[in-house]
Design a protein around this ligand. Structure first.
Ligand code: PEP
Ligand code: MG
Length: 780
């Protein structure tokens, strides 16, 4: 048997039908209303390649050095070709088509989805790599099945398996073929409260197909149904878009919701009753609360997927653990939409309260959390070896070479720098508490002295005030505690400056990366680009960039990743080998950096662009290009020409510019006419250039005010102009993590906000609150 019907499958058949197939089979067997369908089993895929005798070659060709991108590309092409060009044996063709005819009596539109069998591949970016096709008809069915099989061998999939240490031949793939449900309404349902486990069902619903709700494209209605009472709490949202099947092409399209249904309640009491009954049945079946995707057509309710809710706080441990309180607060975003979430960041667990130690040093709290540890004064790179796990690094200013030691440290204190300095940015990304700009920490503190660092208040106290953190897990700290993130029309993205932080950044559930700084990838080579190329060749330099960007693009795929071309000032390059050739500048912040350096050295810039071209060729269509420190349309035209010369089609790819100088803010109309897709506010630089306040100078740090009225005026005008020209706007400077700035930007109509990793959750809720207030104000 090449196929198994869903009603023949149960949860134990994972090896045969993959995770998706097993779950749908189990639900069908339990008598729940799952759309009918079958699974082309993993065994069928395996016999297909074995009987055609392509298996050996297949696994041989993909056994390549995945860091060699041209070898990887050749391997993926050949592997896919082997599968796609092997004809179906006649009996298999027949069996699949016969089965198809039995689904929906012959003319059904079906969904064709890959269902990988390697259950222990938890990473979402891996799971998302295999193909899914909607609205497939008989004509295309067999090709689509084969394409699902071939999707095991895309460059990304091969790379990923190799990196994770999975044997290519041990991963199989089944294909689910299931009748499409043309949902009139759809959404998700939690059969119990997602953090407390209380018997309260929470339903989110919108018009059309479910993708709009699951992807966050629409803010859904919210229904809170306490199972013991009839008292349903309903919050009706404005639903601007819906996904539905285009009758002509059969494709899924996004359409505007007709005016009269936008603010109308989606679910009737009767439908809620049916969903609740279904929820009770599925919860009883699994004997544990479930997170269910559902759809309604006419009077029929369907279940599309069901997973256990994993976020319920079993211990009911009250408020003592930061995770527990975070979970409850975050869940409020789901239950009542109020989104009143307190920061649950840092590892202090509230234990810093009652501190009686004297403040011996103070500065700017730049990465939250409270820790105690032994100070280690680092004045030269050789000192880094003495930093042991749990120590606190005390230094003038951190540098890219220090990142490995910064990861070992429990805290970081610097003499110099402001909130946008290297130490501040990197420590936040690593989740390590930090204080910057103390002016005197390296002279006041002593090697080995035990101190307590409060990264919220910016104070260093004498002695040990908190216990060493047992198991702080930086990735888990930022993972949303509620299974559904707040649905916002304004996208909330995340900033990444060091590739090591990519996993933690992706775990936030952000809508993509609003800024990936490439500087660290280059500076950590310890040689200037010119020196590195002279010693290792152009290709090695391009490969470094490809690898660094790819790591992040993979973590987020298919969410967009906005990658900025190089923007390191000459004083940072000077510290590297080859740095002696850098121009000597009185004021590097105003000097040879960003796009002005790139346009002046088109030969070196071409290597960066070549890295982008290769990534596009490898299928990373989620990568976007952003140019730093532009001043006007002329800069944009020149950069665009170089992009074209490098073989990147500006019409096909998303690209844009940072707004970091008053000149760029005032010239944005010309930049829009030059073709940018987006403009992103780099408020760290925009503030320093508008207010003439050096962002790294602790002596004027109190004047570094990103909310200064002049800056807000520039930003407001840019948003307005960009809206007129259909150009997206975003913020990727530090200020995007501040609630006041978030409110201002959402009020002005910004398209997205990119925040620090530890701030994503709060920003999501702040955006939601501001959007809801705007809606309420408009109807009052
Ligand atoms: C900015 O200037 O706001 C920005 C995000 O860029 P960087 O901090 O890297 O200069
Ligand atoms: Mg900048």
């Amino acid at each position: 048997m090449a196929v198994l019907w869903l009603d023949e499958i149960s949860a134990g058949d994972l090896e045969k039908v993959g995770g998706k197939g097993a779950s749908l089979g189990e639900l069908t067997g339990a008598g729940l209303p799952v759309p009918p369908g079958f699974v082309v089993t993993a065994g069928t895929y395996r016999s297909f390649i074995e009987e055609a005798e392509i298996d050996e070659e297949l696994f041989e060709v993909v056994d390549v050095d995945v860091d060699d991108s041209s070898a990887l590309a050749t391997a993926a092409d050949r592997a896919q070709e082997l599968i796609l060009e092997t004809p179906f044996p006649e009996d298999l063709r027949e069996e699949i088509l016969d089965s198809y005819h039995q689904v929906g009596n012959g003319e059904a539109f079906v969904a064709v989805r890959s269902s990988a069998t390697a259950e222990d591949l938890p990473d979402a970016s891996f799971a998302g790599q295999q193909e899914t096709f909607l609205n497939v008809t008989e004509e295309a069915l067999l090709d689509r099945v084969r394409e699902c099989w071939a999707s095991l061998f895309t460059q990304r999939a091969i790379y990923y398996r190799q990196e994770q240490g999975f044997d290519h031949s041990a991963v199989n793939i089944a294909v689910v073929v299931q009748q499409m449900v043309d949902a009139e309404k759809s959404g998700v349902m939690f059969t119990s409260h997602p953090s407390t486990g209380d018997p309260t069902m929470i339903i989110e619903a919108a018009w059309g197909l479910g993708e709009a709700v699951v992807s966050g494209a629409v803010s859904p209605d919210n229904y809170v149904v306490p199972r013991e009472e009839d008292d349903i709490d309903v919050t009706v949202a404005e639903k601007k878009v819906m996904h539905e099947k285009d009758e002509e092409t059969g494709e899924t399209v996004e359409r505007e919701v007709p005016e009269d249904r936008r603010n109308a309640r989606v679910l009737s009491d009767d439908e809620i009753g049916k969903l609740v009954e279904l929820g009770e049945r599925v919860e009883d079946h699994y004997d544990t609360p479930q997170d269910v995707e559902w759809a309604i057509v006419g009077d029929d309710v369907y279940m599309l997927q069901s997973r256990p809710i994993t976020t319920i706080d079993e211990g009911g441990s009250g408020g003592e653990a930061p995770d527990a309180s975070g979970a409850v607060d975050a869940a409020k975003g789901v239950t009542d939409g109020s989104g009143s979430v307190q920061a649950a960041s840092g590892g202090d667990g509230g234990s810093s309260g009652g501190s009686s130690g004297d403040v011996i040093v103070d500065g700017l709290g730049s990465s939250p959390g409270t820790v105690s540890g032994a100070a280690q004064i680092v004045t030269k790179l050789d000192d880094l070896d003495k930093v042991k796990e749990g120590d606190i690094i005390v230094t003038e200013m951190t540098m890219p070479d220090m990142v490995p030691a910064m990861k070992r440290a429990s805290g970081i204190i610097t003499d110099e720098g402001g909130m946008t300095s290297h130490a501040a940015i990197v420590s936040r990304e690593l989740g390590v508490p930090a204080i910057v700009g103390t002016t005197n920490a390296t002279t006041v503190l002593e090697d080995g002295q035990v101190v307590t660092l409060d990264g919220d208040k910016g104070a260093v106290l004498e002695g040990q005030e908190v216990e060493p953190d047992e198991e702080t897990e930086p990735v888990e700290e930022v993972r949303p505690q509620s299974p559904v993130k707040p649905m916002t029309a304004t996208e909330v993205k995340v900033n990444v400056s060091i590739p090591e932080a990519a996993e933690r950044a992706a775990a936030t559930g952000a809508d993509g990366v609003g800024l990936l700084r490439t500087e660290h990838m280059i500076l950590s080579l310890n040689q200037t680009p010119a020196k590195f190329i002279a010693e290792n060749g152009e290709d090695a330099y391009i490969q470094e960039l490809v690898q660094g960007i790819r790591g992040v693009a993979d973590e987020f795929y298919p969410r967009p990743v906005r990658v900025r071309t190089l923007d390191a000032p000459t004083d940072e390059f000077r510290q590297l080998e080859g740095g002696e050739d850098e121009p000597k500048e009185h004021n590097p912040m105003l000097g040879y950096r960003g796009i002005r350096r790139s346009l002046d050295r088109p030969g070196v810039f071409a290597h960066e662009l070549e890295a982008f071209r290769r990534l596009y060729e490898m299928g990373y269509d989620n990568v976007e290009i952003m140019f730093p420190l532009v001043n006007d349309a002329e800069d944009i035209y020149q950069a665009k020409r170089l992009m074209e010369e490098a073989g990147i089609d500006p019409e096909k790819r998303k690209w844009g510019a940072m707004i970091e100088t008053p000149a760029s803010a005032l010239s944005v109309e010309g930049m829009a006419e030059a073709g940018i897709d987006f403009a992103s506010f780099g408020t760290n630089d925009l503030t320093q250039y508008t207010l003439a306040v050096d962002r790294n100078n602790e002596h004027v740090a109190d004047r570094f005010d990103e909310l200064h009225p002049s800056i807000l005026k520039l930003i407001g005008n840019v948003i307005e102009t960009c809206r007129e020209h259909d150009v997206d706007t975003s913020i990727c400077g530090q200020a995007g993590s501040k609630p006041e700035m978030v409110q201002f930007l959402v009020d002005e109509g910004v398209s997205s906000i990119s925040a620090n990793i530890d701030a994503v959750r709060d920003v999501q809720h702040e955006v939601k609150r501001t959007e809801q207030k705007l809606l309420l104000d408009s109807v009052r």
